[in-house]
Design a protein around this ligand. Structure first.
Ligand code: FE2
Ligand code: FE2
Length: 301
């Protein structure tokens, strides 16, 4: 079976490179930890929604999901304790939210357990699985970066917290793989649906991830390219409607403008020289990316 792993940001920056930068700056480090906290907390709500949608169907899955929620709630609790002890914000993270973007891109049409329970299970489990993989990628890169960073009491405490979470996230990935494998084994048609869903949700997750990271100029155009890539993994008849529904917001992207502005302000206020040296080249790279994005969009990864 296809194993789909998260792609690097714009095929260039990997989680390790990004995290190595993040752990050097306490303010950005705290914002990143708060984004983890927010994601963990939010996944409790999303998994609870899933149980409610199942409404008693597949009791075995409901039992697994209730354990899953307990894990995510514990992760949110550990991160909240950590952030409060650090004396930093546990407010809703500013700007673009990876989860909101992921949910915006999710196709709601297949999400009806009453229509076809197996289709619903396949798409729900494939969507959960791909975000858990991204979590593992980030947490292991974060631990790696913290081992290289200066061993302050705070850094050690952050590393110990993430080290408690990572094995459970890896368990969630294995759990999702087992369920998807079981569903795929039911028939050749099921196998095909599972393969299709894995590709589709990997493309959706990649688009959500990049839009959360992408604050450089030309981001809107790359988001359109990502949206097209998402539709390339859909049956033909679903593509047009999906694009038409999401294109206006993808182009206007008010949240994206806010993220860009806040990031610029933060760096400018702290260190005008750093702004010129780091942030301005980021914009210039954005323009270069814009020129190279004129080439055709790849259909698959
Ligand atoms: Fe978690
Ligand atoms: Fe998880």
């Amino acid at each position: 079976m296809t194993v789909t792993y998260p792609k690097k940001f714009q095929n260039a920056l990997g989680a390790r490179e990004i995290l190595a930068q993040i752990v050097r700056d306490r303010e950005i480090h705290a914002i990143t930890l708060n984004r983890y906290r927010y994601s963990e907390q939010r996944s409790c709500k999303d998994l609870t929604n899933l149980i409610e949608q199942l409404d008693g169907k597949s009791p075995e899955l409901i039992r697994d999901l209730s354990r899953h929620i307990a894990d995510e709630a514990r992760h949110a609790m550990w991160l909240t304790d950590l952030l409060v002890d650090m004396g930093v914000s546990v407010g809703t993270p500013p700007g673009m939210s990876y989860i909101n973007e992921f949910e915006r891109l999710l196709d709601s049409e297949t999400k009806d357990p009453a229509k076809d329970l197996d289709d619903f299970l396949i798409s729900s489990l494939a969507a959960i699985n791909v975000t858990e993989k991204r979590g593992c990628e980030y947490f292991s890169a974060h631990i790696y970066a913290l081992k290289q960073a200066s061993q302050t009491a705070e850094n050690i405490k952050i590393r110990e917290t993430i080290e408690k979470i990572l094995p459970e996230e890896a368990g969630h990935v294995r759990w999702g793989n087992r369920w998807l494998g079981k569903l795929a084994a039911q028939s050749p048609e099921h196998r095909q649906k599972v393969e299709q869903a894995k590709k589709k949700y990997a493309a959706i997750e990649q688009a959500a991830y990049e839009s959360g990271m992408d604050i450089t100029l030309g981001a809107e155009l790359r988001r359109v390219a990502n949206l097209v890539e998402v539709t390339n993994n859909m049956p033909l008849w679903e593509r047009t409607q999906y694009l038409m529904e999401r294109l206006p917001q993808t182009l206007l992207a008010p949240e994206l403008q806010m993220t860009r502005l806040q990031a610029a302000q933060r760096i400018w206020n702290r260190n005008p020289q750093e702004f010129m040296e780091k942030f301005v080249p980021m914009f210039i790279n954005g323009i270069k990316g814009l020129e190279s994005s004129a080439k055709p969009v790849k259909a698959t990864k």
